[in-house]
Design a protein around this ligand. Structure first.
Ligand SMILES: NC(=O)c1ccc[n+]([C@@H]2O[C@H](COP(=O)([O-])OP(=O)(O)OC[C@H]3O[C@@H](n4cnc5c(N)ncnc54)[C@H](OP(=O)(O)O)[C@@H]3O)[C@@H](O)[C@H]2O)c1
Length: 353
């Protein structure tokens, strides 16, 4: 499906197969590099730590490595030279997104990131929209478990409805072994969060409201607490709905609060941990409800197929045009989910009148 953006953009130099991954040696970055290779692209491994980049050669021999720091624009320019796009997997994105996106604009290449932080995603849309359009490229923030997945599920569930009365998202995790990046990002992301209320982004209530949620098996009925992340910003970009809220069950939040919870450990041949998730999205309109649920394994690992699928679609010219877009604004949500299910997660739809 093409919406008029050329599949082979004039400006982006280099091979369309060549993609810079910034933060390549991070936990999520490594999953992304592996997924790019699986799909026949050539990742260039980028990051600020030369020794950690070198260490990646053991697992990914033969890939080019480029050292670059966000406070050194010329190093970023060298890192992106000759690439068609950059995937920014280095977070906190409040510290990296603007510098890497500025470099992408100088290079006139596409930009994608995995931000869960609302303010980082919001800044990409609000501060860069016009310049990204002028450069003729695409910038997609939050193409990850938090951000894109709920955006895609909500948009697919909405289907042919022109608008909704309410969208409620609940994430169920059996536990959460956080990476260092998750912990640092949580500390850095201390500002008040937003929800959509009365049709606009508003500061979320404090203390965060609780709500009982009936997840599908094996999670079942659980208490959840409001935890709005970048999906709120993504959905508010393009769906007409006055109330958008997001919740999470309590077990993973206890894990996160415990400084002794260990980082994730690989438990299968793909390197995924044993963590399981359900992302349950309910869309209501005039007394009817449509629901879309994704269930799978490892919220870090699943981010890789999400962002690389988006990259492939950007390179194929599937977006409605250049500019900053949420994932479900950029692509056909149902088609996108279908492309990843059931290999990477299962998706179910339900309608109630
Ligand atoms: N939205 C989602 O669902 C989702 C999913 C996965 C990850 N994420 C986000 O992605 C980020 C990375 O997570 P992770 O699990 O991969 O953590 P990680 O394993 O700790 O990796 C973090 C990476 O970011 C780099 N980095 C951090 N701050 C940097 C800075 N100021 N300049 C340059 N590089 C910097 C780190 O480099 P150094 O080692 O040199 O510090 C490392 O490469 C976090 O913000 C996390 O919240 C979001």
């Amino acid at each position: 499906m093409s919406h008029g953006m050329p599949a082979e953009p004039e400006r982006p130099a280099g091979s369309s197969a060549t993609v810079a991954v910034y933060g390549a040696y991070g936990h999520t970055g490594r999953f992304i590099v592996a997924e790019l290779l699986r799909r026949g692209r050539t990742p260039i491994l980028c990051g600020r730590d030369a020794a950690r980049l070198e260490a990646m050669a053991v697992r990914f021999p033969g890939l080019e490595r480029r050292v670059a720091a966000v406070d050194d624009p010329r190093s970023l320019d060298r890192a992106l030279d000759g690439t068609a796009a950059v995937i920014n997997a280095a977070g906190p994105f409040l510290d990296t997104a603007e510098a890497v996106l500025e470099a992408a604009l100088r290079a006139r290449i596409h930009y994608l990131d995995t931000s869960a932080e609302q303010r980082a995603a919001f800044a990409v849309h609000e501060r860069f929209g016009a310049r990204v359009r002028e450069a003729g490229v695409v910038a997609l923030p939050s193409v990850a478990f938090y951000g894109a997945l709920a955006d895609l599920l909500a948009t697919a569930a909405l289907g042919d409805w022109p608008d909704a009365d309410a969208i409620d998202i609940a994430v169920g995790l059996d536990g959460w072994h956080p990476t260092r990046g998750t912990r640092v990002t949580g500390e850095r992301n201390h500002g008040r969060r937003w929800v959509v209320e009365g049709g606009a982004l508003r500061v979320a209530p404090d203390p965060p409201p609780m709500r009982t949620w009936k997840f599908p098996p094996p999670f079942g009925t659980q208490e959840t607490v409001s935890l709005p992340l970048s999906e709120i910003v993504a959905i508010a970009r393009h769906l007409r709905c006055p109330e958008v809220h997001a919740y999470m069950n309590l077990a993973p939040l206890h894990d996160l609060r415990d400084p002794d919870t260990p980082p994730p450990i690989a438990a299968d041949e793909r390197g995924r941990s044993a963590q399981t998730f359900a992302m349950d999205v309910q869309v209501r309109r005039q007394g009817r409800m449509r629901r879309a649920i994704a269930q799978g394994r490892d919220i870090y690992a699943v981010t890789a197929p999400l962002i690389v699928e988006a990259l492939d679609r950007v390179m194929a010219g599937e977006t409605p045009g250049p500019g900053t877009l949420s994932t479900a604004q950029a692509f056909d949500a149902r088609d996108f989910l279908t492309a990843l299910s059931p290999e990477h997660f299962s998706v179910f739809f339900e309608t109630r009148t």
